[in-house]
Write a protein that binds this ligand. Structure first.
Ligand code: IMP
Ligand code: MG
Length: 192
C-alpha cells in the first residue's frame, strides 16, 4: 500500500502528538459538562478511538454513518444517512442519537466540500442539543461548497486526496497507520 502513495504527510508519532494537544484542549473545555461525542463513521474510526482514550471525562459516544462520495474522489453533494443508533422499535428507520440537552462534539475525519458536516450538524441541531461543536482531524484549504465552522482542527492540508488512518479510497487504505497523498493516477483508474 505504501507504494500507492505519492508521499506521507503525517506519520504515526506526528498524529499522536497532535492528538495529545487536541485531547488536552477538549478535556479542559468540556470539564463539568455533559459531553456527547458523535462520531461520523467510517473514516473517523481510528481518530475517535485514539482521541477519546486521551480524554478522561465521563462522556457518551454515539455514531452516525453517512456517505457522500459513492466511490468517487469528489463529493456528490448528496448526503445519505446510512446508519445510526437504532432502537429495537424503530422499524428499520434511521434513528439519530439522543442529543437533547447535551453538549455535542461532532468528530469527523476530514472537512472537504463541507456537505457532510453541514448536513450532520443540521440534523443534530434539530434534536435540541445544549451546544454543538465540530472537531476534525484534517481540514482541506479550499473554497467549500458549504461553509462549516470548526472548533478543533488537527491539521490543515492542501486540496489533495489523502488516505490512511481511517481515510479510504474505494474502501481501501483505512488500515494504514499514517496519512499520505494517494498517487494521482490511481484516482483516475476506473472502479473495478
Ligand atoms: P465533504 O462532504 O466533501 O466535506 O467530505 C467529507 C467526507 O468525504 C469525509 O468524511 C471523507 O469520508 C470523505 N473525504 C473527503 N476528502 C477525502 C480525502 O482526501 N480522502 C479520503 N476521503 C475523503
Ligand atoms: Mg470515505
Amino acid at each position: 500500500m505504501r507504494g500507492d502513495l505519492e508521499r506521507v504527510l503525517f506519520d504515526e508519532p506526528a498524529i499522536h502528538r497532535r492528538l495529545d494537544d487536541m485531547a488536552a484542549q477538549i478535556s479542559n473545555d468540556y470539564r463539568e459538562r455533559d459531553l456527547t461525542v458523535i462520531a461520523v463513521l467510517h473514516g473517523s474510526l481510528m481518530f475517535v478511538a485514539d482521541l477519546l482514550r486521551r480524554i478522561p471525562l465521563p462522556l457518551k459516544l454515539d455514531c452516525l454513518s453517512v456517505a457522500s462520495y459513492h466511490g468517487k474522489a469528489q463529493s456528490s453533494g448528496e448526503v445519505i444517512f446510512k446508519l445510526a443508533t437504532a432502537s429495537p422499535s424503530d422499524g428499520g428507520q434511521v434513528m439519530l442519537p439522543d442529543v437533547a440537552d447535551r453538549d455535542v462534539l461532532i468528530l469527523d475525519d476530514i472537512l472537504d466540500s463541507g456537505h457532510t458536516l453541514a448536513a450532520v450538524r443540521e440534523r443534530l441541531e434539530g434534536a435540541g442539543p445544549r451546544s454543538i461543536r465540530v472537531c476534525v482531524l484534517l481540514s482541506k484549504k479550499k473554497q467549500r461548497a458549504r461553509e462549516v465552522d470548526t472548533d478543533y482542527v488537527g491539521f490543515e492540508i492542501e486540496d489533495e486526496f489523502v488516505v490512511g488512518y481511517g481515510l479510504d479510497f474505494r474502501e481501501r487504505y483505512r488500515n494504514l497507520p499514517y496519512i499520505g497523498v494517494l498517487r494521482r493516477e490511481l484516482l483516475e483508474q476506473p472502479d473495478k
